[in-house]
Design a protein around this ligand. Structure first.
Ligand code: F6R
Length: 260
C-alpha cells in the first residue's frame, strides 16, 4: 500500500491508563451514536475485552441514562451450533454482561448472527443488516493472532459473513468458556469485507498478551496475515489501548495520541 494512502487512513490511536478508561471511552462512542434520531445500527463484539463496557452499559440503561430503543443492534460472530439462549453462545455472553440486550432480542431489535453453518441463512442475515442501513458503529476486539471477529489470518479479505475454521490459538483462548466440553471447531463470523462496511470502527485491547497483535495491526504489513491491519484501510477507525497493549507499538505523530 502506498505510504500516503496508509497515512491518510491511519486509525486514531489512544493509549489510556487502565482497561476501565478503555471501556469508558468505548461507551462514550455508543452514547454519541445513541444521540441520533434514526435508530443507528450498533454491532457489538464479545470477549473479555468488552465485559466492563457491557456491564457499564447495562447500569446506564437501568439508571435511565441510556435508552436502548434509540438503537438497533447485532454482533460479530457465533459458535457453530450455539443457539442464542445456550451457555457458551455469544448472545448468551452478551446477555449475561448486559441483560438489557436480551430485551432487545425479545422485541426483534437485536439481530443474532445465525448459529447454523447455512450459506443461505448467512446471506439473509447480511441482507437484513444492509436493509437496516448497514452498521453505523462497530465494536471490535483483537485476537492474539490478529483476528477480527473470527476472520482468521490468511483468509481472503473479500469475505463477508462466512463459516470460519477456528485456529488453534483462537480455540485455546476459548477453552475455559466451554470446559469440560471441547471448543467448537467452527464459527459463523463477519468477515473483513463486512467489518470495513461499518461507518465507525472502535477496536479495544488491553493487557500485555495483546501487545504483539497490536504491533502487527498498527506497524506490520497491511494484509491477510493480520486481519486487524485492515483497520488501516478504513478511514474512520479508533483504537483504544491500555499501556500494556500498546507497549510494543511505535507511535507516529500523525496517528497517535499518548493520552494516558
Ligand atoms: C468475538 C470476537 C473476537 C474477540 C477477540 C478478543 O466476538 O469478535 O475477535 O474480540 O478474540 O477476545 P477477548 O476480548 O476475549 O480477548
Amino acid at each position: 500500500m502506498p505510504v500516503e494512502l496508509q497515512k491518510a487512513r491511519a486509525p486514531e490511536v489512544r493509549v489510556l491508563r487502565t482497561p476501565d478508561e478503555v471501556a469508558e471511552q468505548a461507551l462514550a462512542e455508543l452514547r454519541r451514536v445513541g444521540e441520533r434520531t434514526d435508530r443507528p445500527l450498533v454491532s457489538f463484539a464479545t470477549g473479555g475485552t468488552f465485559t466492563a463496557m457491557l456491564r457499564a452499559l447495562h447500569a446506564e440503561v437501568v439508571a435511565g441514562r441510556f435508552a436502548l430503543d434509540r438503537v438497533q443492534a447485532t454482533h460479530l460472530d457465533e459458535y457453530e451450533g450455539y443457539a442464542p439462549q445456550q451457555r457458551g453462545s455469544m448472545v448468551h455472553e452478551l446477555g449475561a454482561a448486559c441483560p438489557s440486550l436480551l430485551g432487545m432480542l425479545a422485541r426483534g431489535a437485536f439481530l443474532p448472527v445465525p448459529h447454523r453453518a447455512d450459506e443461505a441463512e448467512l446471506r439473509r442475515h447480511e441482507l437484513r443488516l444492509q436493509q437496516l442501513g448497514g452498521v453505523d458503529l462497530q465494536f471490535l476486539g483483537i485476537g492474539r493472532n490478529g483476528h477480527l471477529a473470527f476472520h482468521e489470518p490468511m483468509v481472503p479479505w473479500d469475505r463477508g459473513y462466512h463459516i470460519a475454521e477456528l485456529s488453534t490459538v483462537t480455540r485455546d483462548d476459548a477453552r475455559a468458556r466451554f470446559a469440560p466440553d471441547p471448543v467448537p471447531l467452527r464459527a459463523i463470523t463477519a468477515g473483513v469485507a463486512t467489518i470495513l462496511g461499518g461507518r465507525r470502527l472502535v477496536l479495544c485491547a488491553f493487557g500485555r498478551g495483546k501487545a504483539p497483535a497490536v504491533r502487527a495491526m498498527l506497524d506490520g504489513e497491511v494484509g491477510p496475515a493480520c486481519p486487524a491491519s485492515a483497520l488501516r484501510t478504513h478511514g474512520n477507525a479508533l483504537v483504544l489501548l491500555d499501556r500494556e497493549a500498546a507497549s510494543l507499538w511505535t507511535p507516529r505523530a500523525a496517528s497517535s495520541d499518548r493520552s494516558g
